[in-house]
Structures are given as C-alpha cells and as structure tokens.
Design a protein around this ligand. Structure first.
Ligand code: ZN
Length: 407
C-alpha cells in the first residue's frame, strides 16, 4: 500500500496558497483570518474523508477515522500556523501527510483495530502568542488553560478572543486523552539528511534546551566627553559574552549548540554609552549533563566579561527542558516502516521543539523527519523535494498502520 503522491502534492500546493508570499513562502500566523481559511480547508478535507471532526477548547482540530470501539487512537499530525515569511512545509506537511495516510487507508478500505486520528495543533510556532507549542502544552497539562487563554499578541489581543473570533473555540476539553501512539512527520530544519543523501530521519528524541537571560548594568554617559579610561559600557561586556557563548560550544564540542539571538540595548542611540543591555542565551544538547557543564561555563564567561568592563549583571537561568526520548516501540515502528519504503534513512535527534515533545508526556510518541534543502526553515526558501516527502509519507503510513493494527 502506497500513498498517492499526486494527491498529496496538490494538497500541499492548495493549502500553501492560503497566506502565500510573493517569494514562495508563507505567512499564516496563528488565529488570523489566513489561519481560519487554512483550518476551514483542512476541516473540509477531513469531512470528505469521512472523519468525525471535533475541536477542543484550545482550537486543536481532531479528525477521527473509527476503529474498534473503546480503543485509544493512533494520532498523527502537526501544526498549520507559520512564522512571518516562513515556509509552506513546516507543520503543514505533517498535517497533510497524516490526511494522505487516512485517504490511503480509505482507498484500500483498510480496517484498523485502533482509530486513526489527524490532529492540527494551535499556535505551535509561538510567533504570535507565547509560549510556542502552547496548545499541546495545555493538552499535556503542562500549561494552565487560563494562562494560555490570557496570552496576548503584540497588539494586546487575547488568544481566547481570537480563537472565538475565527470560530475555533471548541467545546471538547483540552486535556490528556488516551493514546495508542502519537506520530508527527516534520521537516528536519537542519542539514544532516540532505548532506547524507537520506530521505527519512527516524527521530529518537528532542534535545534538552536551556534558556538564560542576562541583564548587564553599565554606566550610561555621553559618547563624546567621556574618556575611554572611565567607561563602563554594558554593550562592550555583552559583546564579550556573545563571543564567549560561541566559545562554550567550541570548547565542549560534540552536538552542543549555543546562540545569542536577542539583544536589547538601552538607550540605543549613536551618541550615548550603552547603560543597559539585555540578551538571551539558548543552549541545546542531547545530554542534560553537557548542558549543566555549559551553564557552569556560561556563569564564568559572564562573570569574567563583566568584571573586565566594571559592570554589574543579573543572570537568570529561567527555562529548562530535559531531553525528551521518544517511545522505543514507536521509534522501532517508524524505522521498520522507513526500511519497508526502501528509502535511505537513519536515526536522528531533533534540535527543535515540536508538539510531539508535549505529546510524549501523554503517551507513546515518535517523529518522522524529511530533509530540508540547505537545512533552511522559518524562511521563504524552505523546501523539501517531493521524492523525499513521498518516502516520508509512506513511512508515516506504515508506522501508523503497524501501531493501529488490523483486526
Ligand atoms: Zn513546526
């Protein structure tokens, strides 16, 4: 049994037109009018496929294909929101391959023991409402519903009001539900599969992530009359921290990645010595122990940089997610399915967070990766060749069928 490549390709194109940008990308932020149009299209397709469609309190959409009564479903899906000027593969490819899997089961009139369900998660990207993965987080009981409802976008609009406005504030409770398994196909968003000429990644887990926030207090002063010898420049200390953070990854090596992605300078004008700088530090590694070591080195880098410039600081290690291993049975099922498609594949780790991370707290979860051209994502250049998508979708189909079982 194989998925219908032409049909899958046409759904990717059709959904990709909603919120399409001129340069071939996608802007479909969560709970905007574009998101509503995308959701409406998906719900229509689910109904055509004979699925029972329900929407929960967080706007997550479920389309269930019946199995034997009383059995928990094999759930497959991802998200349909994007970042601004993002791509049309991140998220929606997982939803559409799940839909294609169900359409293929329908084509072949396959009965399954467990129901097979497509899920579309709300606001995965965190581009409009923070935090990211908010709706699967609520479902897993990790984020209180009230907190999620009160999340506001940059215009002050509340998530719950926007859910209601686009007609996706559903009645179903957003709580952990019994699961046979959760499967998510997603683009890799890194370069490894493409570099190695492989079509499918069998994802073993999601790396541990540590976020820190550093605020440096220098002395704001005039850029002209203040001699160099009496300056306490918060931005100069920050610059040393930024290269020091890169140095931590160089020193530890392995798979550790470190990033300073956000810097706020005050007063941020040409003729004043910066008095205050706030910056973010993101560190990721598969091993929690490595992150502990990186954090310890970071404390030293910051202390040293600030001492040299004579500035004070606060360093807040405020968010930490441990390594999330996926379920061994699910990972094996994905691997067997990948092998059966004949696609080149290997085991891989995810460096990015996904809804599957929260779903792994509810039940057995796993992921299928397909390559990202040039390793690029969250940009209009995001692209995955159709040959690889076909292998990925067939892997998803095979794994779902094995886990759902046949009577
Ligand atoms: Zn995604």
């Amino acid at each position: 049994m194989r998925i219908d490549r032409k049909r899958l390709e046409s759904t990717i194109e059709e959904l990709g037109r909603i919120g399409a940008t001129e340069r071939g990308g996608l802007t479909r932020l969560a709970l905007t009018d574009e998101d509503r149009r995308g959701r409406d299209l998906l719900v229509g397709w689910m109904r055509q496929a004979g699925l029972r469609v329900t929407v929960d309190q967080m706007g997550n959409i479920f389309g269930e294909r019946a199995g034997q009564p009383g059995r928990p479903p094999v759930m497959m899906g991802s998200h349909a929101d994007s970042v601004p000027t993002g791509g049309k593969y991140d998220g929606q490819l997982g939803v559409l391959c799940a839909l294609e899997t169900i359409r293929t089961l329908n084509d072949h009139r396959v009965q399954t023991r467990h129901p097979v369900t497509v899920v579309v998660f709300t606001n995965e990207e965190g581009a409009r409402f923070q935090p990211a993965m908010i709706a699967s987080g609520v479902m897993a009981g990790k984020i209180p519903l009230e907190d999620a409802y009160n999340a506001r976008d940059k215009d002050g609009l509340r998530l719950v009001d926007e859910l209601e406005r686009i007609g996706y504030l559903g009645p179903e409770p957003c709580v952990p539900r019994p699961l046979r398994a959760y499967l998510e196909l997603h683009i890799e968003q890194g370069p490894y599969l493409e570099e190695e000429g492989l079509a499918v990644g069998v994802v073993e887990g999601i790396v541990a992530i540590a976020w820190s926030r550093l605020t440096i207090h220098g002395v704001q002063d005039h850029a002209g009359p203040t001699p160099m010898r009496i300056r306490h420049d918060a931005l100069v200390a920050a610059a040393e921290v930024i290269s020091g953070v890169r140095g931590i990854a160089r020193q530890i090596g392995g798979e550790l990645v470190t990033t300073v992605g956000s810097v706020t300078v005050s007063p941020n004008i040409p003729n004043a010595i910066p008095g205050r700088v706030t910056l973010s530090i993101d560190m990721r590694d598969p091993r929690d122990a490595t992150l502990d070591k990186a954090r310890w080195l970071l404390d030293g880098v910051v202390a040293e940089a600030c001492r040299r410039e004579g500035v004070t600081y606060e360093l807040d290690h405020y968010w930490r997610v441990p390594y999330t291993p996926f379920d061994r049975e699910v990972v094996s099922a994905v691997e067997r399915a990948a092998r059966a498609t004949g696609a080149g594949h290997r085991r891989i780790l995810s460096g990015a967070g996904h809804d599957a991370q929260y779903m792994a707290a509810i039940g057995p979860a796993g992921m299928v990766f397909v390559p990202s051209r040039g390793g690029r994502s969250h940009c209009e250049e995001e692209f995955t060749p159709m040959d690889d998508i076909e292998h990925g979708a067939n892997t998803l189909l095979g794994a779902a069928l094995e886990l759902a079982g046949q009577p």
